[in-house]
Design a protein. Structure first.
Length: 450
């Protein structure tokens, strides 16, 4: 009597026309993401791997795969390009990694909005929207060259552009999504506005998103600058002034406090030893106002590049912002990790100063000026930490909490323990029941349904 065929083999036999990855080393690689930024997650997720990886190219392939996975009760972990930091793309229970990078069509851009399939890279999406209607993404991560639209929606926060439009979850940024139910008879469902956000930043645990529709922003030929300061106080006050000035057109206002600029080895000539640096992306018309503020706060503009120069050289300061700052630091010092924190609007400058005084140089301040969900200017931060032990890392995060600063713990792989900050809403749980009643999507990442 023949032995029963393994469920993964049944998938291969039943769906031979799909683009399967069969090489073991590639399956292992596509089962990982950037969770190695955290020494905690690196330890906890070591050796976790899918049993198979598949790259669907159209909706029909996704539908057939999902249907059979539901019948065979095979877990599905959704992957964009693997630039996430929390282990979102790491399967805890084997199964199939659904690599969405081949499902990547730009659909349309009009009337201040755009729609595309989940696997499109953000750089390509913005190139298309600029060409179609001279508009750009409202916010994007520093990984925009490789990150996908679905990855931003499922695991991202915001990023470049959030100084104007807040995080992705701010009302009016996400207009709608198309998702598929994970069931033996899958259904395609359109969710609009607030309902769509019930799948946002949940790591693909409560829905498989196929298409995303976003509101856009007017496109500018952004130029980039370093402005350096000898004191943290001056750098912070300058950053606040630029961030708050309604007439200064900007896309990025980021602070690298000493000693963070020293990690940017390629720019050593523009970043004097001991300096505190601001990274700016501004419209050309705003340069005179920025230079006036720099002089007022005793700063020096040491680097300026036009949009044309940036496009020609493919070198942008945006790839030293947000979590790319951490990546730049890793290239110099392997014994670091990072934090993610949110300061209290109105208290944010004082909190940044206080925490830097308390913990530097063990914790090195990298802050990003943004507007919060209510449109108020504040700071979020991705501090660089000299890692010693997991116990010390917990002590550092508790010190932040004790000083009134929210920590979005990046060293956990359970949704409720990270940015969600506790139990998930009833509405989110109802979406889970509707779109993944068998709990096959990324199982083990959410306490409420594990």
């Amino acid at each position: 009597m023949n032995a029963p065929i393994h469920p993964i083999e049944q998938l291969h036999v039943a769906l031979p026309d799909l683009d399967w990855v069969t090489d073991g080393s590639r399956i292992a690689r596509l089962s990982q993401d950037f969770s190695w930024f955290s020494p905690v997650l690196k330890r906890q997720l070591a050796g976790k791997s899918a049993d198979a990886v598949v790259r669907p190219r159209n909706e029909d392939e996704i539908k057939r795969l999902v249907s059979l996975c539901a019948k065979l009760r095979i877990p599905i972990t959704i992957r964009g390009s693997g630039t996430g930091n929390y282990g979102q793309s790491v399967p805890l229970q084997g199964g199939v990694v659904l690599d969405m990078s081949g499902y990547n069509q730009f659909l349309w851009a009009r009337d201040g909005a755009a729609r595309a399939q989940a696997g499109i890279r953000l750089f390509e999406l913005e190139t298309k929207t600029r060409a179609a209607c001279n508009m750009e993404l409202r916010c994007m991560p520093s990984t925009y060259r490789s990150a996908t639209l679905g990855g931003l929606f499922g695991g991202g926060f915001g990023g470049i552009g959030s100084i104007n439009y807040g995080p992705l979850a701010a009302r009016g940024n996400v207009l709608g999504i198309k998702a598929i139910t994970v069931a033996e008879e899958p259904e395609i469902v359109e969710l609009r506005g607030p309902e769509a956000l019930l799948m946002h930043h949940l790591w693909g645990t409560n829905g498989l998103v196929l298409e995303i529709e976003l509101a856009l922003a007017p496109a500018y030929d952004w130029q980039e600058h370093f402005v350096v300061f000898s004191t943290l106080d001056d750098a912070l006050d300058f950053g606040q002034a630029v961030a708050s000035a309604p007439g200064i057109v900007k896309r990025e206002v980021g602070l690298l406090a000493h000693p963070v600029p020293a990690y940017l080895k390629q720019h050593a000539a523009e970043l004097p030893p001991g300096c505190h640096a601001m990274i700016l992306a501004i419209a050309p018309s705003s340069e005179p106002a920025v230079r006036e503020l720099a002089a007022q706060w005793r700063g020096e503009v040491t680097y300026s590049k036009s949009a044309e120069e940036i496009a020609r050289t493919h070198r942008t300061l945006l790839e030293y912002t947000w979590n790319h700052t951490t990546l730049a630091a890793f290239k110099v010092d392997k014994n670091i990790t990072y934090l993610q924190s949110a300061f209290v609007p109105g208290q944010h400058l004082e909190q940044v100063r206080r925490m830097d005084k308390l913990l530097s140089p063990e914790v090195q301040m990298h802050a990003e000026f943004i507007r919060n969900l209510d449109g108020v200017v504040t700071c979020t931060a991705l501090q660089i930490v000299q890692f010693t032990t997991e116990e010390r890392l917990q002590e550092i995060m508790q010190t932040y909490r004790d000083n009134g600063v929210r920590i979005n713990d990046p060293h956990v792989f359970i949704v409720e323990d990270g940015k969600a900050g506790g139990a998930l809403s009833q509405a989110i749980q109802e979406v889970k029941q509707r779109f993944d009643p068998l709990n096959l999507l990324n199982p083990g990442k959410v306490r409420a349904w594990s």
